[in-house]
Design a protein around this ligand. Structure first.
Ligand code: HEM
Length: 161
């Protein structure tokens, strides 16, 4: 059995266990963005950056197919796409709340849970990546630096601005 066969078998196993299909993913993605676009805070962030919604849906369906069904259909860099956005922990909480509500509306319970677990993990890693980039997470040395100690903090050494 080669790698492609193994992958197809894993996908089939997940589909059997959760009932997730590509059609369900397509519906979830479209409903999720319809809901997100109605949100007063997140809506404008998406509207100002996404010109072609259809290709966003296609890309995000490939992403969720890779994440939820292990199909390997998505090739991209989510961290790079989110780094420049004006978002922090509160935005991610709202994003997750909308995602979780949509997943429960669109999917049977096992499938919804499968998506939600993965969404939470990915949201956490994006949130941490963005917070680190913006210098909002303090390193150990910086947190425990004594008020009267000399010299630059690690942040002053690594952030030119
Ligand atoms: C506050 C939360 C979020 C906001 C405001 C947001 C916004 C956006 C925007 C505006 C884009 C388009 C970027 C571009 O094409 O230039 C994008 C892309 C994307 N987002 Fe998010 N996002 C959020 C959270 C998430 C989370 C939690 C996930 C995954 C669980 C996710 C997955 C993706 C993916 C896969 C792409 C496509 C990246 C690519 O391949 O270009 N996003 N997001």
């Amino acid at each position: 059995m080669d790698a492609a066969d193994r992958r197809a078998r894993i996908t089939a196993e997940i589909q059997e266990k959760t009932g997730i299909s590509e059609e369900m993913i397509d519906t979830l993605v479209r409903k999720f963005y319809a809901n997100v676009r109605n949100d007063a805070v997140l809506g404008p962030i998406f509207e100002s950056r996404i010109e072609d919604w259809e290709s966003h849906f296609v890309r995000l369906a490939a992403f969720w197919s890779s994440v939820a069904l292990m199909t390997g259909r998505y090739h991209g860099r989510p961290m790079d796409a989110h780094m420049p956005l004006p978002i922090d922990a509160a935005h991610f909480d709202t994003w997750l709340a909308i995602f979780e509500k949509t997943a429960h509306e669109v999917c049977p319970p096992d499938a919804a849970l499968h998506f939600i677990e993965r969404a939470r993990r990915i949201a956490e890693s994006l949130e941490l990546g963005i917070a680190m980039r913006h210098g909002k997470l303090l390193g150990r040395n910086e947190r425990f630096r004594l008020p009267d100690s000399d010299g630059p903090t690690p942040k002053e050494l690594t952030h030119a601005e």
